[in-house]
Design a protein around this ligand. Sequence first.
Ligand code: DGJ
Length: 706
Amino acid sequence: MIHYLEHRRTWIIETDQAAYGLGLTETGQLIHLYFGESLPYHTDYPEPRDQHGWASFNSRADRNPEEYTGWGGVRYSEPCLKVEFHDHVRDLVLVYKEYVIQDGALVITLRDAHYPLEIRLNYKPFAELNLIQRTAEIVNTGEHPVDLEQVLSGELHLPAENHYRLSYLSGKWAGETQLRQIEMPDAKFILESRGGTTSHQTNPWFAMDPDGCSTEDYGKVFFGALAYSGNWKMVFEKRFGKIKASAGVHDFDFRWRLNAGETFAAPAFTIGYSAEGFGGASRQLHQYQLEYVLPRQTVRQDRKVLYNSWEATRFDVNEQDQIRLAELAATLGVELFVMDDGWFGRRNDDHAGLGDWTVNPEKFPNGLRPLIERVEELGMEFGIWVEPEMVNPDSDLYRRHPDWVYHFPNRVNSEMRNQLVLNLAREDVKQYLIGCLDRLLTENRIRFVKWDMNRLFSEPGYLDAPYEQQREIWVRHVRSLYDIVETLRKNHPDVHFQSCSGGGGRVDLGILELFDQVWVSDNTDAYDRLFIQEGYSYAYCAKTMESWVTAEQHWMNNRRLPLRFRFHVAMTGVLGIGENLHAWSEKEREEARGYVEAYKKVRSGIQNGRQYRLQSPKNNPVSSVMYVSEQQDTAVVFAFLYGNRNGDELRPLRLKGLDETKYYVLEGTEQRRSGKAWMSVGIELELKGDLDSCMLVLRADPSPNQ
Ligand code: DGJ
């Protein structure tokens, strides 16, 4: 619900448990008033009052917690908006214009006091999830162009506390989404990406808890996530003892010419409040993705058990070998067979072929049809790998169009993995890619596309564009990517898409509007995965988290991991198998079949249920995660032991999220207890030795008490 209190010039946005307040001060500044637990009466919320700067160095404007700071006057905090008008004035003076409540959202319009420029701030609450999705639109209502130098989506002011702990996701290729927590310093702390895509190093998600004392289940957590897959930044500042968090498109090398009548839409910044610790915050974001973000046409479908050929064959794919793998995969119960890199152009290694999206005639003399038909005969669907935004200099496409990549004259085009980035800001490049991919999907019964991206941007030049638009490439690239996938999804509604960028380099709320699932990391070492996947779960739901079972002795750390452990780790998300199946003995295949079968029985609860992190791999000998179905009638629990020490006894695993009064039976045993008992007494785990694991299933038993 959104309320406007006329006499106080205040808006209150209420969700089921939280509230967000903003209002106009005596001098007409739109400031933040409140964010946190909702209060009984509207008059309980603070009133909008100008702050006073007691020293000559502290201005009122700078001290007021503005809702959307325009750079100009005496302001020194991170601005949301910085512009240059046509007459080269670079000073913004934002004043309130009007508000409207429409389609369940509050839209407040600010305008410049002199120049014809408007800012529409949109606040859309999701009541039951205690989230607010914020966007900002910059509208040029005049006749002259305006240059935008920084446009963020919004800023968030946190209630005053002694200090806050900042949680964020950090990492690297093959070590993504590691949860980090620091005490927020009396300074500025920036999370960002400048490589053109979301990034392996940092992810556009954060959480803040007062005094660093919230836990997995208790305490206040404020959090936010950005729906954007290009250069982004999140800026955390502590000024005058208070915290402000701003987020949006990065201003690094950014400039946008906003012509008369045009609008620049900043990506959505979704903020939330949880009174149930980090677990509650994660579940709010998970539900948001399931109910509002993920592609609508496929979100209700359970994700299929897939096989991916990459670790088995690398680039060495051909019709016969792929058919042989598919035949083995089918015997395990796999439902989707995905052929990875190597099937197109002259692609025998990573030196050639990217850009030429036609089937390699030596490897597939009869096209893809015989393989796809065999895969379908075996009862599976067929999926394929592509990396459309890239080109190898050794490709027909590059030989025809060397000017289709980002580049500067008199400079070398830096290659990474022997490839260059196509200039998707160009309409002809965008249309070329739509054409190639649309043809591929029209001519072949492909039901799954793994969309990869294996390098960052460099030499981001587009000097054929008008000078004032040349720095728009960063944003235009992302928008073209979204447009291409949107067009393909419209034309081929049965096709699922996976976002991959050398693993988890491109996962964010923006990409998840168009992609059904994510390749979380190239690191498939199941032990490392526990940490990567735990971090991932803070921001993203299990239904998007694709995880494969691969070789026993893993290439990453040379560690040996039992098949059971590898399967259980992969079963906590969307199960896949990426191992060379010829290397498995019949006994291993038999075992694998059992896991696939068991997964299929419970996957709906894993993929669509509520996730509870029971014990973290960081500080427990046993880590554990569980999923409870929406009706609270089924629960699936995974537990992982790394190694027994000193014969220590494992403490019982206390469950979460069950209905306290329902009876639940632990499958495969006679044990029947109330949800409350499973949660307070817990389960005795029978794990022993090194790298042991288990999956336990509890089902509600409606029969009366015995
Ligand atoms: C990087 C991906 O993360 C891998 O899974 C695989 O698809 C390779 N690219 C193929 O080149």
